[in-house]
Design a protein around this ligand. Structure first.
Ligand SMILES: Cc1cc2nc3c(=O)[nH]c(=O)nc-3n(C[C@H](O)[C@H](O)[C@H](O)COP(=O)(O)OP(=O)(O)OC[C@H]3O[C@@H](n4cnc5c(N)ncnc54)[C@H](O)[C@@H]3O)c2cc1C
Length: 495
């Protein structure tokens, strides 16, 4: 799986293709002071009290920004479109530090690539149990492990392939040799004849996320931490978590999406970035984790083989069933048998509730409908499955992108801020990884340029979005749907 590549090309070759429309469309304000040294930090605003009150005025923004948390969607939208562009003109420090908000695949690879380029970073992530975002794993006990979002990943890009080789040598991932395929209602299973290699993390996806930074020396991780405010001040970005100052940075990377990102950006002084983020549409998917004492009664074509999972067709309540016990322990006979079951996105949308606060009645209803979906898929009578010994229902309210600009990353050089994430290139771990790497290279190029030629570094601020197709849980080149964007990005980036 080895291929030569030039990491540097990842950013510089696509910059040339991005028309610079940045300065044509938006008025800018000047934001200059070089340093915050000696100032007292205001814990609420995360900015310098002394400078803002006693010293010369550092910003000319008309509307003082207030925290938008708790504000309505309408007011978030209004703020997003009304805000003025912030412009940093202070020289970039000799040893700049980048804040990465989000410790999923894209944020982690952004941090690693920045390190390769000699740039320090701090990754902030909300994860209580670990890093990884949608690479979540729930370990109930050592025999009950569930990947509760990403199940496996495929590789189509040579740069990603090189990385996966390295992870494989380090023992973080391995190729999964089980069988997957398509399962039609009634138990008609069709194995994928020659699917491309699929990779899994040794003890669940989260362990990969937690291992990725284990050898880094230039990345600081702050977790659990929910960045609630980003404030430009005195030539730096000041980050805070509910009023607690979390440091100041030369540039920021938004490595998450959805409601949180829209709120964070709505008052950030980054209207172009905020607008692109707002264009993103996301699906909702229910996940049911279920452990059974006995093996599930698989249909004839799936029995007697190392059946690991299937994309389910023709059943509204489920789109995927995956056997974690087979995948992680290569075991079909010894229980407990731990399955991850995902709904379709249409079912997710119809049964959507606030994901932080799922009413018991909804959880029970969803669980019942999804278990009935499993019975339907396996072709066994409804109500015949033995009750699971463990279940957990979770809603991925911002599961997967349904549209994408099809570019590796977005960068606003005036605001010294960028976005990375799966949605920029598709909907998979590979897309997220490539986006993070691309933004790191671009940011490093920009920082090394000293910030004096911002126009050359504007990327993706005006690109249109196109609908994305694929499975309800992502795009996997070679597994029925093909992600053209990753291949095109590969060509564009010269790898
Ligand atoms: C149900 C489901 C199944 C999937 N199955 C597969 C699969 O089998 N294979 C595959 O390749 N892909 C799959 N995917 C897609 C894959 O999981 C994603 O494409 C990928 O994980 C996205 O990574 P990311 O870095 O872009 O975002 P995320 O993983 O979402 O990371 C963003 C991180 O930022 C954190 N964050 C958010 N706001 C803040 C804040 N204000 N402060 C600090 N931190 C913050 C979040 O908590 C999160 O940890 C699946 C997704 C879902 C939902």
């Amino acid at each position: 799986m080895h291929t030569a590549c030039n990491h540097h090309l990842l950013s510089s070759s696509f910059i040339l293709q991005i028309p610079n429309k940045f300065t044509k469309h938006h008025s800018v304000t000047v934001f200059t002071s070089p340093t915050t040294n000696g100032n007292i930090l205001n814990p609420i605003l995360g900015c310098s009290k002394k400078s803002s009150m006693d010293g010369p005025k550092k910003t000319t923004r008309k509307n003082p920004r207030r925290s938008s948390y708790g504000s309505s969607r309408k007011s978030v939208l209004r703020k997003t479109f009304k805000q003025e562009q912030v412009t940093f003109t202070a020289p970039i420090s000799e040893d700049p530090v980048v804040a990465i908000i989000g410790g999923g695949m894209s944020g982690l690879l952004c941090a690693l690539q920045l390190e390769k380029r000699g740039v320090r970073s701090t990754v902030f992530d909300t994860g209580i149990h670990g890093l990884g975002g949608r690479m979540g794993t729930r370990t109930v006990d050592p025999s009950m492990i569930f990947d509760h979002a990403a199940q496996f990943f495929t590789v189509s890009n040579p740069l990603f392939s090189e990385l996966v080789d390295d992870w494989s040598h380090k023992g973080y991932v391995r190729e999964s040799l089980g069988v997957i395929g398509e399962l039609e209602a009634g138990g008609d299973f069709l194995p994928f004849p020659s699917s491309p290699p699929r990779y899994i993390a040794i003890n669940g996806m989260r362990t990969l996320a937690d291992s990725l930074l284990s050898q880094s020396s230039m990345v600081n991780v702050v977790r659990p931490c929910w960045i609630s405010s980003i404030e430009p001040f005195n030539g730096m970005w000041h980050l805070s978590e509910n009023g607690k100052h979390r440091g100041e940075f030369d540039a920021i990377v938004i490595a998450h999406n959805g409601k949180c990102a829209n709120r964070l950006l709505s008052t950030s002084g980054l209207p172009l970035i905020a607008r692109q983020m707002k264009r993103l549409d996301l699906s909702s998917v229910w996940a049911l984790l279920a452990a059974f004492e006995d093996p599930l009664p698989l249909p004839p074509k799936a029995a007697g083989i190392p059946f690991e999972g299937a994309f389910v067709k023709g059943i509204d309540s489920i789109s995927w069933i995956g056997n974690n016990t087979q995948k992680l322990f290569n075991s079909q006979n010894e229980g407990p048998h731990c399955w991850t079951i995902f709904s379709t996105s249409s079912f997710g949308k119809r049964h959507k509730v606030p994901q932080e606060n799922i009413p018991n009645a909804t959880a029970e209803k969803v669980k019942g409908l999804m278990l009935a979906g499993v019975e339907n898929a396996l072709g066994v009578p409804i109500g015949s499955l033995k009750k699971p010994i463990y279940t957990r229902v979770q809603l991925w309210g911002a599961a997967l992108p349904t549209n994408s600009p099809g570019i590796p990353c977005i960068f606003d050089p005036l605001g010294r801020a960028g976005i990375c994430g799966d949605w920029l290139l598709g909907s998979s771990l590979e897309a997220a990884a490539l986006s993070g790497i691309s933004l790191a290279n671009h940011t490093a190029d920009y920082l090394k340029s000293g910030g004096s030629r911002p126009d050359e570094f504007a990327v993706g601020l005006h690109d249109e979005f196109q609908p994305l197709d694929g499975h309800d849980i992502g795009q996997f080149p070679g597994l029925e749907s093909n992600n053209k964007d990753i291949h095109e990005a590969q060509l564009q980036l010269g790898v």
